[in-house]
Design a protein around this ligand. Structure first.
Ligand SMILES: NC(=O)c1ccc[n+]([C@@H]2O[C@H](COP(=O)([O-])OP(=O)(O)OC[C@H]3O[C@@H](n4cnc5c(N)ncnc54)[C@H](O)[C@@H]3O)[C@@H](O)[C@H]2O)c1
Length: 259
């Protein structure tokens, strides 16, 4: 059975670990690591059928597994890539903004013959976007609306556009909130051409992502109204579910290929 380690034991890492424990994802969870050790111990206390170790550091966690599952931060992705690729380990990334911020990561994976997997996150329509790249795309525009308190840490009376620019700039200015911009860029026309608008909205309780794609194929518009995760209001619950779904797909396919 394939072995995974989870780096980052917060909202998403915990749900992925529970999905491995229930055998929804058919892998062996061998280790967990968090810069706050209590988070790692809290996570393993929730598991009933598996007993991963709490790694002392990131390097130990990477060495123990076949696929490193990152659910921590952009910095963690960078640190993992530096250790994992020379050891020929594939990585599964949640903090997708890192793949835009540190563009060397994808080049390094290729150089070492490793794979970088990532889930669709809290949006719909990436299948259509991917297909459209085989024709001519005129525009990809992401409009993200989040509750004002989540985005600004305070209440406001009227909605406020807090950012308008390219996905590349959005990822740098909102590293925690805007993984979706990075995902769309990587699947579509790249971070410098993808346009992003971020709106703080005092009237909503959900994280809303609208994608508009125009090209020689016509037009696609999608809208996902996301319930925030119970453990982390900045994370949409659908992002967690998409991580579970994609990781399950990845490991089942690796198994079919007999690796
Ligand atoms: N791809 C997507 O669509 C999407 C959606 C939501 C969140 N995310 C990203 O996924 C990551 C996890 O999200 P979450 O909601 O579980 O966050 P969270 O804050 O609930 O948990 C993150 C955990 O990682 C730990 N951590 C931070 N830096 C670390 C490091 N360098 N090494 C080890 N542990 C570290 C923290 O202590 C924390 O326990 C975040 O970067 C978030 O931005 C991606």
């Amino acid at each position: 059975m394939l072995k995974i380690s989870i780096i980052g034991c917060g909202a998403i890492g915990t749900e992925i670990a529970k999905a491995t424990d229930k055998k929804i994802i058919p892998v062996e969870l061998v280790s967990v690591y968090d810069i706050i050790p209590e988070k790692a111990y809290d996570l393993i206390s929730l598991l009933k059928n598996s007993s991963p170790i709490v790694a002392e550091n990131l390097i130990q966690s990477v060495k123990l597994c076949d696929i490193v599952v990152e659910c921590a931060s952009q910095t963690a992705v960078k640190e993992i890539a530096e250790v994992a690729f020379p050891l020929k380990k594939d990585i599964f990334v949640l903090s997708i903004g890192a793949l835009v911020t540190y563009s060397w990561i994808l080049r390094s994976a290729e150089k070492f013959g490793c794979r970088v997997y990532f889930p669709s996150g809290a949006v719909a329509g990436l299948d259509g976007l991917k297909a459209a790249t085989f024709g001519k795309i005129k525009d990809v525009i992401l409009t993200t609306r989040k509750p004002a308190r989540t985005l600004l840490g305070k209440d406001i009376k009227k909605e406020k556009v807090v950012f308008e620019g390219t996905a590349k700039e959005a990822v740098q200015k909102f590293p925690v909130n805007i993984n979706v911009a990075a995902t769309i860029s990587l699947v579509g026309i790249g971070p410098k051409k993808t346009k992003v608008k971020i709106v703080a909205d005092p009237k909503i309780k959900k994280n809303i992502h609208e994608i508009e794609i125009t090209g020689d194929f016509g037009k696609i518009k999608t809208r996902a109204e996301n319930v925030p995760s119970l453990l982390n209001p900045k994370t949409s619950y659908l992002a967690t579910l998409s991580a579970i779904s994609e990781l399950k797909y990845v490991v089942e396919n690796i198994k079919k290929k007999g690796k």
